[in-house]
Write a protein that binds this ligand. Structure first.
Ligand SMILES: [Zn+2]
Length: 97
């Protein structure tokens, strides 16, 4: 099983890793479903391995903790993005065109 968001770059602190399970995201082929889920709205909480696609608002999930500089691919809307640090210190994304 290939993670479309597997990253080659490593920093000093090992990343947390996560076991992903399907969350009923049917918009992509079965092989990729566990890497995405629908955002649950207010009250939903993102894990350290999850980030919201700024384009289609789907939650992108990685097997590893997401960090600044990571490049992510959103298969449902085919957007590529890079993870950046928001002003409030949280993780944000910028779409790469
Ligand atoms: Zn998207």
């Amino acid at each position: 099983m290939n993670d479309p968001n597997e990253q080659a770059v490593e920093s000093d602190v090992p990343r947390q890793t996560f076991e992903l399970e399907e969350c009923g995201f049917l918009e992509v082929p079965k092989k990729w479903r566990k890497f995405y889920r629908h955002w649950g709205g207010p009250g939903d909480v993102l894990g350290p391995n999850e980030i919201i696609c700024p384009v289609c608002k789907v939650v992108i999930r990685s097997k590893r903790e997401i960090r600044v500089g990571d490049r992510l691919y959103c298969m449902p809307c085919m957007s590529r993005m890079v993870v950046v640090l928001a002003e409030d210190g949280s993780l944000d994304t910028e779409v790469i065109y």
